[in-house]
Design a protein around this ligand. Structure first.
Ligand SMILES: Nc1ncnc2c1ncn2[C@@H]1O[C@H](COP(=O)(O)OP(=O)(O)OP(=O)(O)O)[C@@H](O)[C@H]1O
Length: 263
């Protein structure tokens, strides 16, 4: 699934590749197949949204693609490097410097200032803070005057901007975002989505976002639709109405299938 960046920027190869990735959860003795032989290539410098009905495997896909979890079978590579699915230390090492995360609940450390939260990943890696990049990132997310505040002193939207700055400052190959606007009102959500747009266009970042929101998804270059652990459709240059329509269609299809299997 290669494509030219919808934003007109040069696309340099695939930054993420999944080959025959499957995930079966089997802790309770009742196996649940959450991902089913997924093949996927994401071009560098693009913004991709992942959508699908509840339980379709979106979070599992994000977790397996980002090295937060291991697939049961198949391969994941980031910028041509196969992910090291050895032990937890290998995985953590692999993620560091390559992958940034933005979660729905921000995941900031309350005892640290904004500045300390943003630079934490660099300090964990033992890396020097690049002052120029830090200044550019902080300015971009409009937090220059909040650097010495603590998360509790910030609004939800501001906290999410800290999380985005924390992801951007390490210049990762991919930022994975899991429902990043889920806890925000429409206005704040719009600001966060604009930041992702700018991260892609101005910083050449690759962003992959799971969302339930057709408006959020319409900011992406491409929307991938998951059903029952499979990518069943994709939409380039999405608009909210078309995304909502496709989600409704897929929801009805799943409901019909479930009704048939129950009768
Ligand atoms: N730890 C787990 N153990 C067992 N089954 C799981 C586990 N995590 C997820 N599942 C199952 O795997 C399937 C996919 O779940 P996943 O959370 O990836 O879906 P999703 O599309 O992100 O759902 P939602 O939109 O509701 O968040 C579901 O059937 C879910 O019940």
């Amino acid at each position: 699934m290669n494509r030219v960046g919808a934003l007109g920027r040069p696309v340099v190869g695939d930054v993420l590749r999944l080959t025959s990735v499957s995930k079966v959860y089997d802790r309770t003795g009742v196996p649940v197949s959450a991902l089913n032989n997924v093949n996927l290539s994401i071009a560098a410098g693009t913004f991709t949204a992942i959508m699908g009905p509840s339980g379709s495997g979106k979070s599992t896909l994000l977790h397996c693609a980002s090295g937060l979890d291991r697939p049961t079978s198949g391969e994941v590579s980031i910028a041509g490097q196969p992910m090291a699915f050895g032990n937890e230390t290998d995985l953590t090492r692999f993620r560091r410097g390559r992958i940034g995360f933005v979660f729905q609940q921000f995941n900031l450390l309350p005892s640290l200032t904004v500045r300390q939260n943003i630079t934490l990943p660099l300090r964990l890696e033992g890396k020097r803070v690049d002052r120029q990049r830090m200044a550019a990132v902080v300015e971009r997310v409009d937090l220059t005057r909040r650097l010495d505040h603590h998360p509790a002193q910030l609004s939800g939207g501001e906290q999410q901007r800290v999380a985005i700055a924390r992801a951007l400052v390490t210049n990762p190959q991919i930022i994975f975002a899991d429902e990043p606007t889920g806890a925000l009102d429409t206005h704040r959500a719009g600001e966060v989505l604009d930041l992702f747009d700018q991260a892609v266009r101005e910083f050449g970042q690759t962003v992959i976002m799971v969302t339930h929101d057709p408006i959020a998804a319409s900011h992406a270059d491409l929307v991938l639709f998951l059903v029952d652990g499979r990518i069943v459709d994709e939409m380039a240059r999405p608009n909210p109405a078309a995304v909502a329509e496709e989600m409704a269609r897929l929801g009805e299809e799943v409901a019909r299938r479930h009704a048939r299997s129950e009768s």
